[in-house]
Design a protein around this ligand. Structure first.
Ligand code: PLP
Length: 384
């Protein structure tokens, strides 16, 4: 069966009638479940004999994600989650005491905590910008960012803010960073798999987890960096599999066990031990479906779904966080009256899976969501 926009037949086990929590955790489609089960079964049947097919699964995940990003596979590392990618850079750069980093208030903590730890361990100076200011008045926010960038070494920002769904102006922020010689790190977990995030943007690093818009399993993720950035990173996570010819002592006879083999640079420098091969097989399958459907078509479909719900909610007096200058797959709203938590509970009772991050009522549909879910949701709200 092929994937079709607005058709959840490939999610045959999904029990939630209207699933709108792709910004939290995507449900597993049948191909994802099958890919993971196949990889587990290969291990059950063959043990170490499954290694070849496991490695193939990991390489498929890497190359599928690389296709989404429009980069060569060799520039993509497979990680366990977003945080691991953030940490690899936060602890891998050759920091000098007093180096300045710029962080954003309002960001999800995964793109703040590792930087603050690095700041305290390496003596970095932290400057704060306001993520919300970019949603409310992007030109003023960019003007306020400029002085923070003077002398800055790195800026860390999310592609899409987790609570409002606001897609940050990465092009403009990246251009400003380049003017000031600062590197730009992007936490892309709330956009990758829907928005056209690619190496064409003026960004240096991009990290994401697999379980939201990429629709893969928990415990998978990626870190992309430009080739020249990879060479600058200290191999902080390096281990036995990071060495050149690191496997020879296991396969090629006696006397080859050594600890001084040079470390490989690039993604291998942070992929130190055996990988989450079953997770990667599943991630390869979920991203394979995204590639099959095509991100522009998915983005248009999700946009139509969100437009329809937003219109209905505005007519009912809701306030929407969505703005024309930064749309994503997330629609976050607040009702004119009544509490958000109560309303979310009401919707869940009526079969809609929604979230309430930081006090917003968040809807996050993806390619399997059908447009006819919208009137059902509005009806559930009217009956509230
Ligand atoms: C912007 C953002 N970054 C990161 C994460 C999660 O980080 P990790 O993949 O490390 O669990 C989330 C949500 O869980 C998020 O919304």
């Amino acid at each position: 069966m092929r994937a079709r926009l607005g058709d959840r037949s490939l999610f045959s086990r999904l029990e939630v009638p209207i699933y709108l929590d792709h910004a939290a955790v995507s449900p597993a489609s049948d191909p994802v479940l099958e890919a993971m089960t196949d990889a587990m079964q290969a291990g059950a049947r063959l043990g170490i004999g499954a290694m070849h097919s496991w490695l193939e699964g990991s390489e498929r995940a890497r190359s599928n994600v690389a296709s989404l990003l429009g980069v060569p596979s060799e520039e993509v590392a497979l990680t366990g989650n977003t945080s691991q990618g953030v940490t690899a850079v936060a602890r891998g750069l050759d920091w000098q005491p007093g180096d300045r980093i710029v962080l954003f208030r309002g960001e999800f903590p995964a793109n703040v905590t590792p930087w603050l730890l690095a700041a305290s361990d390496f003596g970095l100076e932290v400057r704060w910008a306001e993520a919300e200011a970019f949603r409310l008045d992007p030109e003023a926010a960019l003007a306020e960012l400029e002085p923070l960038l003077e002398g800055a070494r790195l800026v860390a920002v999310s592609a899409v803010q987790f609570q409002t769904g606001f897609a940050m102006p990465l092009e403009a922020i990246g251009q400003a960073c380049r003017r000031h010689g600062a590197e730009l790190f992007v936490d892309a977990i709330q956009g990758l798999g829907l928005l056209p995030l690619s190496a064409d943007l003026p960004i240096d690093y991009l990290a994401a987890g697999g379980h939201k818009w990429l629709m893969g399993p928990l415990g998978t993720g990626i870190l992309w960096a430009r080739p020249e950035r990879w060479t600058e990173l200290r191999p902080h996570h390096a281990s036995w599999l990071s060495h050149q010819d690191g496997l020879s002592f296991l396969m090629e006879g006696e006397g080859l066990l050594r600890y001084d083999r040079p470390l490989r640079t690039g993604p291998a420098s942070i992929e130190g031990g055996v990988a989450n091969a079953t997770g990667h097989a599943a991630l390869a399958a979920s991203v394979g479906l995204l590639l099959e459907l095509g991100l522009p078509a998915i983005e248009e479909h999700v946009g139509r779904w969100v437009d329809a719900l937003e219109l209905g909610l505005l007519e009912r007096g809701f306030t929407s966080a969505r703005v024309a200058h930064g749309r994503s797959g997330i629609l976050s709203v607040k009702p004119a009256e009544g509490d958000v938590l109560g309303l979310a509970g009401h919707l869940r009772e009526r079969g809609a899976s929604v979230s309430t991050p930081d006090g917003w009522l968040r809807f996050a549909p993806h390619w399997p969501n059908a447009l006819d879910e919208v009137p059902t949701l509005l009806d559930a709200i009217d009956r509230g």
